[in-house]
Design a protein around this ligand. Structure first.
Ligand code: FES
Ligand SMILES: [Fe+2]
Length: 396
């Protein structure tokens, strides 16, 4: 079933015109072999979001992460830059780091080979015998940690395992341009949260890309940001999703937060919620930005890492005003947590539905599912590329 031609045949219905199209077949959500193929052909070849700068705030901080099923290290080096390496010791292949670490060197727990923050192998104790710390066959120069291509946009850290994706700057350029009114250099990391879902990663994204479910899954949100105040937009090839024009249209004075300085009036009620394909979900509004990193852990298991950034507008404030803003921030963060938690059960129900042999990918509606369809088309083109030379990515 996993040869290119069969895959292309199974995925072809996502390329039909809206209204005629169907979603991806069940195997894309339940099949382990498909999941590995997707990691290899899509996630490892693209710019995958794997973390945020706030995960490693200080020089010497390092964190172990998983990218497309491979162990990777993110490191804040001596100059404050972010580097990525394969998280595997060049000696006998032990995982170098579990979880996180802070310090000037990374020491392998097995035989204590030690690596500097720029990846250089700096110590190989006893390698030539007791008391002998060098050996002719161990060329330290050649045995540094293997680097992974890394890039940062906003505070989000991306890696490209294959090394040959187009430059990250050029990929994000259309969105950076669209959001150039927002003084994103004022953003400050304010909160994070992690959710585990018993569902395939794509379902979490597909759910984010439509607002149709608002009245039924998010009745609270829908009461002040209703379904009919949303539209869908393709901002760029890889950036598409819903927008609203009533973002906090009437907000109680005690809940007002600092806004992006100099933001044009026309932007004040706008909220934009695009995916940065393949795995970062973004939300920008006049008073904050959030990102949800979607980590595919297994074919039926996903982790979502939510990061919320608020704005430091540099204004001097009284103690009472600062306390009010802190309370307003807590309220905002709690509001998003509620919304994203409400989605979990419904995404897991979609996963359970994929066990049905009678499900044929379902119906993609012309109005609401254009962004979902576009996402699926991107996936299909990456996973079964040769078999669909003429497949066109449709418009949402
Ligand atoms: S495996 Fe790392 S030092 Fe031996
Ligand atoms: Fe939702």
């Amino acid at each position: 079933m996993l040869d290119n031609r069969s895959l292309a045949h199974a995925m072809e219905p996502v390329f039909r015109t809206p209204g005629q199209s169907r979603g991806l077949p069940n195997l894309c959500y339940v099949d382990d072999a498909y999941h590995r193929l997707e990691a290899e052909r899509l996630l490892a070849r693209d710019w995958l979001c794997v973390g945020v700068g706030a995960d490693i705030p200080s020089r010497g901080d390092a964190v172990a992460i998983d990218a497309a099923g491979q162990p990777i290290l993110l490191v804040r080096d001596r100059d404050g830059g972010i580097r990525a390496f394969h998280n595997v010791c060049r000696h006998r292949g032990s995982l170098l780091l579990e979880d996180r670490h802070s310090g000037p060197v990374l020491v392998c727990p097995y035989h204590s080979w030690s690596y500097a923050l720029d990846g250089r192998l700096v110590r190989t104790p006893e390698v030539g015998g007791p008391g002998v710390h060098t050996c002719p066959s161990v060329d330290k120069e050649a045995l540094g940690l293997l680097p992974v291509r890394v890039g940062v946009w906003l505070d989000f850290v991306f890696v490209n395992l294959s090394g040959d994706a187009p430059p990250l700057d050029s990929v994000v350029a259309p969105m950076a341009e669209r959001w150039s009114d927002y003084a994103t250099d004022r953003l400050v990391h304010a909160a994070s949260d992690t959710y585990e879902l018993r569902a395939n990663w794509k379902l979490a994204i597909e759910n984010y890309l439509e607002c149709y479910h608002l009245p039924w899954v998010h009745p609270g949100l829908n009461s002040y940001s209703p379904l009919d105040a949303h539209e869908y937009r393709v901002f760029a090839d890889r950036f598409f999703g819903p927008i609203t024009n009533v973002y906090r249209a009437s907000v109680a004075p005690e809940k007002v937060l600092p806004c992006f300085p100099g933001l044009p009036e026309a932007r004040r009620l706008v909220g934009e919620y695009p995916i940065a394909f393949p795995n970062l979900l973004l939300g920008i509004q006049r008073d904050h930005l959030f990102g949800i990193i979607i980590d595919p852990l297994a074919v039926d298991r996903t982790r979502e890492r939510l990061h919320i950034y608020l704005i430091d507008d540099g204004a001097a404030r009284s103690e009472a005003e600062t306390a009010r803003i802190e309370a307003a921030k807590a309220d905002l963060v709690a509001g998003w947590r509620e919304v994203f938690t409400e989605d979990i059960g419904i995404v897991e129900r979609m996963q359970r539905g994929r066990a049905s042999g009678a499900f044929d990918g379902g119906t993609l509606t012309a109005f609401h599912d254009g962004c979902t369809q576009r996402f699926m088309q991107h996936v299909a083109r990456a996973v079964a590329p040769d078999a669909m030379p003429n497949a066109r990515v449709g418009q949402a």
